[in-house]
Design a protein around this ligand. Structure first.
Ligand code: SF4
Length: 240
């Protein structure tokens, strides 16, 4: 082979092209989300709150820095007492604290629930607002909670990025981002809108049960054939 021909062949895959071939394409990401969306049961948060913005708001605040196994039963107990702004505002802070215990930061969460409920009654006529800007004015509500209210509560296009969505998008090789907020912005640019509402419910249970922060179960992962396993140390499965 002539030197010139050899040079041409070597130049065929530039570093940029190599990086592209190593990253997950959007069409592959769509297939991954379709597979994950049918691989797990419905998340209990969806069952408890779908289409009910005030319930989404309260349940999401209770879930912050708390395991689902604690926050979901706490949400159910609270909703048996009251699940509208008009009913919650009549409760004493101590009564809410007792009901949601042992949710993490239960005193702060009880206080926040009463404060944002009063805001909803005073500033929004008792209706949970349906814009990001207005939701962010509520006490204790950040982008993650606001996106969940928009998506799960109002079924509006919103991308709720928590730590699972952030971690899995990077491990798959779809994004290179440093934190959940950067992941949300990158997904808004790359991912087609019909998948915005799916991605959270598809990835949260996958992140809790399979693509765990430490020792992901790549050996039984339903999307392993697509995953680029960026910076991943899979668990070593036990021999049968
Ligand atoms: S193959 Fe491993 S790293 Fe990739 S999504 Fe599955 S569990 Fe996560």
């Amino acid at each position: 082979m002539s030197k010139r021909l050899a040079g041409t062949l070597i130049q065929k895959t530039s570093p940029v092209e190599r990086e592209k071939s190593q990253s997950l394409s959007t069409s592959e990401m769509e297939k991954v989300l379709d597979i994950l969306d049918t691989s797990y049961d419905i998340h209990p948060m969806g069952e408890l709150t779908s289409g009910q913005p005030y319930r989404v708001l309260v349940a999401c605040v209770l879930s912050l820095r708390t395991q689902d196994t604690v926050s979901i039963p706490a949400s159910k107990r609270l909703f048996m007492l009251a699940d509208t702004p008009e009913a919650i505002i009549k409760l004493e802070a101590e009564q809410i604290e007792r009901t949601i215990f042992p949710t993490g930061f239960y005193k702060n969460k009880s206080r926040d629930i009463l404060i944002f409920t009063k805001q909803i009654l005073d500033d929004f006529g008792g209706q949970v607002p349906n814009t990001m800007e207005e939701l962010l004015t509520l006490k204790g509500v950040g982008r993650k909670t606001a996106n969940l209210v928009l998506g799960l509560g109002f079924h509006l296009p919103a991308i709720c990025v928590d730590i699972h969505v952030h971690r899995i998008c990077n491990r798959l090789g779809y994004l290179i981002t440093k934190d959940p907020e950067a992941t949300e912005m990158a997904l808004r640019d790359k991912l087609p809108a019909p998948y915005w509402l799916i991605i959270n419910r598809a990835m949260v249970l996958h992140g809790q049960q399979t693509c765990r922060p430490i020792g992901p179960k790549c050996d039984i992962c339903p999307v392993k054939s697509y995953c680029r396993q960026v910076d991943v140390k899979p668990r070593v499965p036990k021999k049968a």
